[in-house]
Design a protein around this ligand. Structure first.
Ligand code: ATP
Length: 441
């Protein structure tokens, strides 16, 4: 839950929102019509950044493990799914209105029972509000009701048997999925932290009841390490174990990974021990046998499930906030996004020093053409070199390659490092190998 920020930190949030808009990371959705509450669009650089976040996750939790497979289930599912999962009956926020100032709040967001707007303790009775977006499928509006999925997890549970039958996996193993989820959140805000349409990256890891607690602890550590490996500063991450009265009724334990956002410590990802609840529920509602059979002992049982469930958008926002640095260089403020190599949306910028010199332009374009087969590159000749460097620093481009008059004579270009600002002359025919080495993970 978000807390009130100190002024310096809210200033930081404003700077990030404005940088995101100005440089094409994140725009308000349908902005020309005045925007839509809690919906945001990723611009050219944001789309690259978000793709990098997703592929870093997929690589770590699927490709680099022996016990995981992927899935891409549909957003629209049989409506019974949501009865079985408990979402039709239980996926509610309880809302209260302040009688004094008419502000509306989630009851679990109130501290000391006081109105966060006016401080008075005088609320209406709580009203439950289901967070699922209802929709109709097929040509006839009446009757054919379903929902936009509020989480990707259920797509994994309903496919448990399909995956098992086609991959012949033995416990423990897991299924990973990245995809859109929709929640008609009642309290929105804090930029992309809480949206009504967002993306989740979820794992359902199936194991035995005996192994579940250990397995839960391992996943907590592995997921924490993922954020650290991608460059998030250690002091900005913390684990928060849920108290017993906070746990969902089916969960045996849950720990959140929280990030120190400018608006306070808030959940990035939750790692829950969901017991055998989901598979049992779907077995009951579908009438299908969803048990796992141990082929050596012949024993049949419902596996326990460990669920690391993270948000792509929240992770992307945390990476942006964590990367944001201001430094004073020669009496001027340099804004630099210090993204890790894996996440930087652009790896190399090719900059011709003189845009009217045909030789320089031809060489610069040839270099860009060659490099872009391997790295995400941009070409920019629309300002003087100092300004071009600042522009690239501000979006986190790892290296700038500058082509100048001398390059035409000695076949070398200047390579500038984003973080140290150190410059090196590198022969054009060695450039690709040099960058490959520097940008290797
Ligand atoms: P919160 O308490 O903040 O509403 P939650 O506990 O309901 O979150 P989960 O149901 O555990 O969230 O969802 C798993 C993950 O999905 C969250 O950790 C978060 O990263 C992401 N997520 C959930 N709701 C949203 C949202 N409205 N906008 C963006 N990301 C979200």
């Amino acid at each position: 839950m978000s807390k009130v920020a100190d002024p310096q930190k809210s200033d930081l949030m404003e700077k990030i929102v404005s940088l995101c808009k100005r440089r094409g990371f994140i725009f308000p959705s349908s902005e020309i019509y005045g925007g839509l509450g809690s919906a945001w669009d990723y611009g050219p650089l944001g789309a690259e950044l978000k793709r990098n976040v997703k592929s870093a996750w997929w690589s770590t939790v699927v490709h680099q493990r022996d016990d995981m497979v992927g899935l891409d289930a549909s957003i629209l599912m049989h409506p019974k799914t949501w009865e079985a999962s408990g979402h039709v009956n239980n996926f509610n926020d309880v809302l209260v209105d302040c009688r004094r100032c008419n502000s509306r709040f989630r009851i679990d967001h109130l501290k000391d029972g006081k109105c966060p707007s006016c401080g008075v303790k005088d609320f209406t009775d709580g009203r439950a509000f289901n967070l699922m977006f209802k929709t109709h499928y097929g040509a006839v509006e009446d009757g054919n009701v379903t929902y936009l999925r509020p989480e990707t997890a259920q797509g994994i549970f309903v496919n448990f048997k399909n995956v098992l039958d086609t991959t012949h996996r033995k416990l423990p193993f897991g299924i990973a999925q990245i995809g859109k989820a929709f929640r008609n959140e009642v309290t929105a805000g804090n930029f992309t932290f809480r949206m009504r349409e967002f993306e989740q990256m979820e794992v359902e890891y199936f194991t035995t009841k005996d192994q579940a607690a250990d397995c839960h602890q391992r996943w907590i550590q592995e997921r924490l390490q993922w954020y650290l490996n991608l460059g998030v500063r250690k002091e900005n991450l913390q684990l928060r174990k849920h108290a017993d009265d906070e746990l969902a009724h089916y969960a045996a334990a849950c720990t959140d990974i929280e990030y120190n956002f400018p608006f306070g410590w808030s959940e990035l990802e939750g790692i829950a021990n969901r017991t055998d609840y989901d598979l049992k529920q779907h077995a009951q509602f579908s009438g299908k046998d969803l048990q796992y059979q141990d082929l050596t002992t012949g024993e049949k049982f419902y596996p326990y499930v460990i669920e690391p469930s993270g948000g792509v958008d929240r992770a992307t926002l945390a990476f942006l906030v964590d990367a944001y640095h201001e430094e004073v260089v020669k009496d001027q403020t340099r804004v630099v996004l210090k993204f890790s190599k894996q996440l930087a949306p652009v790896k190399v910028a090719v900059l011709p020093l003189l845009k009217k010199n045909d030789g320089i332009v031809t060489l610069a374009k040839r270099i860009k053409n060659d490099l872009q087969k391997e790295f995400v590159c941009v070409y920019d000749d629309t300002a003087a070199i100092g300004k071009l460097y600042r522009r690239q620093d501000e979006v986190g481009t790892f290296y700038c390659v500058t082509v100048d008059v001398q390059s035409l004579e000695d076949g070398q270009v200047t390579v500038r490092d984003r973080d140290t600002m150190a410059q090196e002359r590198i022969a054009v025919d060695r450039l690709k190998g040099y960058l490959r080495e520097k940008l290797a993970l």
